[in-house]
Design a protein around this ligand. Sequence first.
Ligand code: GLU
Length: 468
Amino acid sequence: MAVTRFAPSPTGYLHIGGLRTALYSYLWARKTNGEFKLRIEDTDTQRNNDAAMEAIIKAFDWVGLNYDGVVEYQSKRLDIYKKYINQLLDEGKAYYCYMSREELDALRESQMANKETPRYDGTWRPEDGKVLPSIPEGVEPVVRIKSPDEGIITFIDGVKSIMNFDCSEVDDFVIARSNGMPTYNFVVAIDDALMGMTDVIRGDDHLTNTPKQIVIYEALGFTVPKFYHVPMINNPQGKKLSKRDGALDVMDYKRQGYLPEALLNFLVRLGWSNGDQEIFSMKEMLELFNPENINKSASSYNEEKLLWLNSHYIKNVSNDRLASELEFYDCHLDGHDKKEMLLDLSKERAQTLVELKDAINKILNTPTEYEAKGSKKFVKEETPKILKYYLNTLEEKKETLHLACDYEIITKPFIEEFELKFPQLFQPIRIALTGGTQAPSVYDIMAILGFDEVKTRINRALEVNFNK
Ligand code: GLU
């Protein structure tokens, strides 16, 4: 039974890298009948913003990752952190440090000049028999943790296997600032421990924080969770993903017409695999996902794959679902008597819901202009005559015209009788009905629009566009 969490800092929108670690954490918790928690890491009051916080929760709602219990906000847990800081001070595992900013800067500079890694030098670290400097006036101290000064901090990372950090890499870092506010690595360790995390799955940009957090766990006697550090998502050129490549707000994917199941399917595969399987329903993800199988190397963002997955899901979800998704794009199909036909026809070619909406509108809206190139190519001198005959032929059988095949039954003999080629009839009709030559089956469009509307549109085109 795994207890996992997603712990975003609300300093910006939720991007897909974040959503991927959230998904992995979610899957692992749900698969093991454990718990998945959402914690907002909002102690950096300078950089937080409320809109980002709301956006994160909205994005979670959209993709359907439900979390257990209430959302925890670190800003509301300051008393808890203070209690542990005091405990560490009382136990002599942490200490006040009165070094001023200037002294710290000078220390750093001299270490860098000597080609040493900058680290706190332990000036205020109490040791047996050591005499500490006298406390300067007017300096509010920070609190530093006593990190082990020798040895190795080791943990087994579920992705990267054994990780060793020499203690010299972890100095006595600050756990509370001079204003009393606890620092990032301290609160993360406290929260993960108190919230009972068994597994921490996060981006490998946090790898260097882990030994520091382990120092906190050990100082407080907490059980260290299992860590999984997930490699980054790169762009196809192997560089850091930029906004242009797809490092967008998760909600931008909604605006661009992606279904949440396509995005989740895309993300699960970006960094994890199960043989060469590409399509994963949520049920399958839950059955098959195991963080032990997360890839060790960075993954590459591939927009074509996302589009391919999205068109797969657009074709495979129910028409009712599509109709309800389309509401967001201001495309309202409820109550339309040809809703099913319209969706069946339009979804075959749509890679996004925005394309689906455009395809539907192209059929539903009377064209306001006609493609010049297509008109020039397909509208000939005889076209008006053919269309008028054709309309008359349809009108005679008007009562029988419901489905695409009803139009087909009448059209085939018509074409034969007048010795026409299909494009001679169909391309001008496509132009008349939709404004262009790139449209799906004319029979389907006619069935959707119904004879009266077909007649109106063809007559209008005859009047304004085909009157050679
Ligand atoms: N708050 C951190 C972030 O947004 C994540 C911390 C963690 O997962 O441990 O990057």
